[in-house]
Design a protein around this ligand. Sequence first.
Ligand SMILES: Nc1ncnc2c1ncn2[C@@H]1O[C@H](COP(=O)(O)OP(=O)(O)O)[C@@H](O)[C@H]1O
Ligand SMILES: [Mg+2]
Length: 431
Amino acid sequence: MYGRILGQGNFATVYELEIEGIKYACKKLKRLPDSYENEERQARFSREINLLKQFDHPNIIKVIRYDLTNYSYLMPKYEQNLETYLQQTGSLINNYDEMNNIMIQLTQAVKYCHQQGIKHRDIKPENILIENGALVLCDFGIAMLQEYTNNNRLTTIVQGFDSGPFTASEVKSQAASITESADVFSIGKILQYLLLQDTDDAVVQSSSISEGLKRLIADSTEYDPKRRIQSVTAFEARYRFEINDYLAVKEDPIILTVELLKSEYDEGIMNDFIADLYGVTDDIHFYSILSKLNKSLVKDWFVESESSLSYNIERYIQYIQSDSFFCSFEEVDNISSLLYLFYNEMDSSELKKDILMALTTISYKYNRFSAMRTVLSLLSNLTGVDEPIFALLVQDKNIIYFKEYVKHILNVENYFDRSKINPCILKYFQT
Ligand SMILES: Nc1ncnc2c1ncn2[C@@H]1O[C@H](COP(=O)(O)OP(=O)(O)O)[C@@H](O)[C@H]1O
Ligand SMILES: [Mg+2]
């Protein structure tokens, strides 16, 4: 029968249970004497089991067996929860290996939940189990399913829910709309707790942790959910970036970041994010970082949303045409292949025209043959003088310069094949 008590929460008691020589943990619902609340507790307990049955992730507790008649379920037994573990180890401020081990497994677990459309809402050390470095998230008692948010009172208003310092304000007040950032709050607090063994906001600033980690904790534990880091993916990217030096990761942090953030592009968000990361305050710095990146990655990022693409291309073009722009020859090659990609990606004739002009300007300025060849290949796409892009080119206020540059390129003796360019267009630039 039931062995010793392994732990207690507000709603359940977890007992050790030995079956055929193996020790398991059995979670059993606490029932209140004659309370209307029992029904709600039971319904929630069944929901918890149903959720856990659907999950399949190494960092989320598994249900081995369950019994809905007496509201209990069986799971693997873990040695400790994160709270008791930290009481033993003390702060992890000098043990980044262990901190990473915990943070990475925790973020994987929560990212998975969010992908399944579920917010945990009660992430705290007592609900995280550890054994031999392996971590699982447990206690989905008040976890919330996306689709239930608006039409099922049971899942939002929770009786007898005792919130603490790891709980976001909007969860405490049981606000009607709760987003994934509620879990980001808890994860941010846990990071603080691992480092400082204290959950008070004020303690962070005066501590000896790096400025970057301080900022990450502050940004993830903002009181206002709208001002908080919005997703665990973004949190993870920032976290990895902040401890990159420690990890001595060879990966380019921006590439890592872009990879991690692929799922959440939005106009300007990535720009702000990278700007933040690098303490960049103006476009010039931002785009000089960009031109060093892997171009297909940048395209991926920009292309994800059409508005973000044109927004960024416009800024990018302004940047490379500005007086203060300077780059190496190699970078010109990068820029031209990036612009070529953008040109093909865009539908807007206006933007295509701007791209063509920008590319022509830099290939002329740097006298770079590979870039010139790209210009000629784009010119070859123009079908004739009545083509919309051409019409826009001719109207542009910078047409005089543009014409001069193209003429120069066309006159780079015997180097380029002009036969592919439409004769009318060729004639326009040669006169
Ligand atoms: N599988 C397990 N192995 C060992 N201890 C556990 C296990 N599951 C839960 N516990 C302990 O029992 C406590 C209560 O379990 P929990 O699922 O959080 O219940 P509640 O919903 O009441 O908060 C946890 O904080 C933890 O210390
Ligand atoms: Mg619990």
